[in-house]
Design a binder for this molecule. Structure first.
Ligand SMILES: [Fe+2]
Length: 451
């Protein structure tokens, strides 16, 4: 068992959720943390009586028999059965789940959107979620959805968990606090958070308005990609993923818990805060990760590898090498390849590619793909640099060149992505995006040696 190295880990006595965040390093570690001294049983999981009168409870994120199993033991003021009562169905009309196919929407094509603007009315984490695409099937736990969140208001005595999915959160503006059962994660642009399936939390606005991207993963959890011949270092290093230390609140106020389950939303009323885990140990936990710690590996002589070289996290499918979702990062880096067309090449791809811009300018699309904006290049639909990028890259003096002030990402899935009605009709779709390739010229005239 890895004991956390963070010196603040075990000193959060009486630290209520909402006061401060502290973290333990290491993706997939078996952590242990307690907010009160000796709240965590040692040497066993389920003593006859837990200290402080706490209840012991296991949260299983994988099947018991998965290899390795992922689970966390929680020691809490009330067991989760007290955080759940009769359910009432509610409607969150903008948060969609696959399959969600509008017969009047054509998803076949190349699409790009300007940033979705904030609405005039206040929105929280649940009401402010706008689904852009869906893929696969939430009921069979395959595929994903992509969302934009537009959040201006904190959740107050209001909690949420998704039984359907793990959420990968990519902020673009504003700062959020995820007050979870297992501790606090504060999140800002250039960081990401991973909120596991079944983990209960509320989202507070630390600095608003807040906008960002969410990949809702219906399938197997995100994990670090195998590095193969790259070896033990670079790309995303495990130590840079941070899990929160235990923090709890003992608050008896009327509260609402909302649950996403098989694509539908339900609420249940309880009389207290459910964020009451005083101590926990295990390997099923939320994380944050600073994208600036991602160490890119790339070309150092000629050509460049497939964009999979920039994979931060991968959510496997049942087919080796073919991910349910890859999360890929295009960040600042040096370009040094000789006699090489350096931007992404023209291509068609069996995987479907949804991109978002966190900040700066993307090298294949100098114009139009702006921070907060998104693009979709769907299954087997051709795409590549626009004419400006092609001409510039084809005629550049190829010295060492720093791609600076740039951070974009891709949610790439093995499944075709379907646009929601919102994405097709309400979000700021750039109708002229496809024209970015119109000015590409035919250069061939049969002359030998011509370049
Ligand atoms: Fe692509």
């Amino acid at each position: 068992m890895n004991r956390p190295t963070n010196p603040h880990t075990l000193t959060q006595a009486n630290a209520p959720v909402g006061t401060h965040a502290g973290y333990m390093p290491g993706f997939g570690n078996d952590f242990e943390t307690e907010a009160l001294p000796d709240a965590l049983p040692q040497g066993m999981n389920s003593p006859q009586k837990c200290n402080y009168g706490l209840y012991g409870e296991q949260l299983s994120g994988t099947a018991f028999t998965a290899n390795p199993p992922e689970r966390t033991w929680c020691y809490r003021i009330r067991p989760s059965v007290k955080h759940s009562h009769r359910y009432e169905k509610i409607n969150l009309p903008h948060w969609k789940s696959a399959p969600c196919i509008d017969p009047d929407v054509i998803s076949l094509g190349q699409y790009r959107w300007d940033p979705v603007p904030h609405s005039d009315s206040g929105q929280n984490w649940l009401t402010g979620m706008r689904t852009m695409t869906t893929a696969g099937d939430v009921n069979t736990q395959v595929g994903m959805a992509s969302h934009i969140y537009l959040v201006t208001e904190s959740m107050v005595d209001d909690y949420f968990f998704s039984a359907d999915s793990e959420l990968l959160v990519v902020p673009q503006e504003g700062r959020l606090r995820f007050a979870t059962e297992l501790g606090i994660i504060d999140l800002a642009p250039k960081e990401i958070a991973i909120i596991p399936r079944g983990l209960l939390y509320r989202v507070e606005v630390l600095e608003g308005p807040a906008r960002g991207f969410v990949c809702e993963n219906y399938g197997q959890k995100f994990e670090l990609p195998g590095r193969g011949p790259i070896g033990a270092n670079c790309m995303a290093n495990p130590r840079d993923f941070k899990a929160p230390v235990a923090a709890f609140e003992d608050r008896e106020v009327p509260s609402t818990v909302t649950i996403k389950w098989c694509g539908q939303f339900h609420t249940t009323k309880i009389g207290h805060s459910p964020l009451d885990v005083v101590a926990w140990h295990g390997n099923y936990a939320p994380y944050k990760y600073d994208l600036r710690t991602y160490c890119p590996v790339g070309a150092i002589l000629f050509d460049h590898p497939d964009p999979s070289i920039f994979t931060v996290l991968t959510a496997p499918s049942g087919q080796p090498g073919t991910a349910n979702i890859d999360f890929v990062l295009f960040r600042e880096r040096w370009m040094v390849a000789e006699n090489t067309f350096r931007p992404p090449w023209y291509h068609k791809n069996i995987m479907s590619e949804l991109m978002g811009n966190i900040y700066g300018q993307y090298d294949a699309k100098p114009q139009g793909f702006v921070p907060g904006g998104m693009s979709l290049h769907n299954m087997m639909i051709p795409h590549g640099p626009d004419n400006e990028a092609f001409e510039k890259a084809s005629n550049a003096n190829l010295g060492p060149d720093k791609l600076d002030q740039t951070m974009s990402f891709m949610f790439e899935t093995r499944f075709p992505q379907h646009l929601t009605t919102f994405a097709a009709n309400e979000a700021p779709l750039q109708d002229d995006y496809i024209d970015c390739w119109t000015s590409l010229e035919k250069k061939f005239d049969g002359t030998p040696g011509k370049k």
